[in-house]
Design a binder for this molecule. Structure first.
Ligand code: GTP
Ligand code: MG
Length: 270
């Protein structure tokens, strides 16, 4: 039935047979919504954009809005840079559901946009753990959708009656059809550390994101270290924490687990 509805606008994406039922849920959400909010991680909005969501939305003729969530984890200067890069492409909103930044403005904007409709249906899509359910709760002024720091909390599609005539659908985080780039998924918090194969690579990528290494040094109590080389920082933290293997080598993998968790839980602020 879902396929029949979409026949006229069949997307050009090649479907992997195993992923078909899952992506049919996403297509169904796009079909049933009046507008789509794509939730991005404000720390790295470009990396957290999903090509498939954007092309499916475009083909459906629905409007796409970008939400840069977790703005509390980014400096104002960096936010302005990230916002400038995207605002010409789509309408953008800067949000922190944690600190309640921007949610009132977005709620009012949605209400104004849907004022001529009896029901204004909003689809909320994005990678796992970007804050889809948290945003729905903030917009609805109630805890209607389950939230957790583990990626993959929401399953299936859930329509939630929000404020005024708004109806919002919560969805499971999208799994990319094409590039299964582990480091990218880890950085946007969509892959839990226990499931990451190359932990060391992700650790390096996180540390390399910081121009100002003081932030890392402060969090891990190695302010006395003069060097700003990632290698030296990793060694100093491992020594400080006693992450040393039997042979006397530093246990980078163990550190990686901790740092990735801290990053995903928002303890490292860019
Ligand atoms: N720092 C910060 N953390 C946030 C913000 N919004 C959500 N989070 C946290 O991000 C984690 C994921 O939030 P969810 O709302 O469950 O994310 P989701 O996109 O629904 O996740 P799935 O259902 O797993 O796809 C939770 O630990 C939230 O507390 C925010 O604005 N700032
Ligand atoms: Mg969720």
């Amino acid at each position: 039935m879902i396929q029949r509805r979409f026949k006229a606008n069949r997307p050009k994406i090649t479907w992997d047979t195993n992923m078909k039922p899952y992506w049919n849920v996403i297509k169904d959400i796009i079909y049933n919504s009046d507008i789509i909010l794509e939730i991005l991680d404000a720390r790295m909005p470009e990396l957290s954009r999903n090509e498939e969501i954007e092309s499916l939305t475009k083909e459906s003729g629905k409007q796409l809005i970008l939400i840069l969530n977790k703005a509390d984890l980014v400096s104002k200067e960096q936010l302005a840079i990230n916002y400038e890069k995207l605002r010409d492409k789509f309408p953008c909103f800067i949000i922190s559901t944690k600190d309640k930044i921007g949610t009132k403005r977005l709620r009012e904007w949605l209400i104004a946009n849907g004022k001529n409709k009896e029901r204004f249906k909003i689809g909320v899509l994005g990678y796992p753990n970007t804050g889809k359910s948290s945003l729905i709760n903030s917009l609805s002024l109630a805890k209607k959708a389950p939230v957790s720091s583990k990626a993959g909390t929401t399953h299936g599609q859930h329509w939630i009656k929000s404020v005024a005539n708004l109806e919002i659908v919560d969805s499971p985080g999208v799994v990319p059809l094409k590039q299964e780039d582990e480091a990218r998924l880890a950085l946007i918090g969509s892959k839990n550390p226990e499931k990451i194969h190359n932990l060391d690579i992700v650790l390096w990528k996180i540390f390399e994101l910081f121009d100002d290494k003081q932030v890392i040094k402060k969090l891990y109590h190695i302010e006395e270290l003069e060097s700003n080389e990632v290698e030296d920082i990793i060694e100093a933290i491992c020594k400080k924490r006693g992450f040393i293997k039997k042979q006397g080598l530093i246990d980078e993998t163990r550190l990686a687990m901790h740092v990735i968790r801290d990053w995903q839980q928002g303890k490292l602020r860019l």
